[in-house]
Design a protein around this ligand. Structure first.
Ligand SMILES: [Zn+2]
Length: 79
């Protein structure tokens, strides 16, 4: 839990610093109507088939309880 918390905190801070994440559905926009720019920094989400930014393996997509989940099978292998 400590490791997870330590990993999540800087990601959330970076998301806030870059205005959040606006997906194709435009469900989230900044108060002035602009899209959040953190979307361009996502490492897996929405990048199905594109190379992992860390190792080059194509990003995969699965559906978990009706939600899309994107991951690198090399960097984030199932246990
Ligand atoms: Zn990877």
């Amino acid at each position: 839990m400590k490791r997870l918390r330590a990993a999540i905190t800087p990601v959330l801070e970076a998301g806030l610093r870059h205005g959040g994440t606006t997906l194709d559905d435009l469900a989230y926009l900044l108060p002035d109507g602009r899209a959040g720019e953190y979307t361009q920094r996502l490492r897996a989400y929405g990048r199905t088939g594109q190379p992992c930014r860390r190792c080059g393996t194509p990003i995969e997509r699965i559906v978990v309880t009706q939600r899309s989940t994107h991951f690198c099978p090399t960097c984030q292998p199932a246990e």
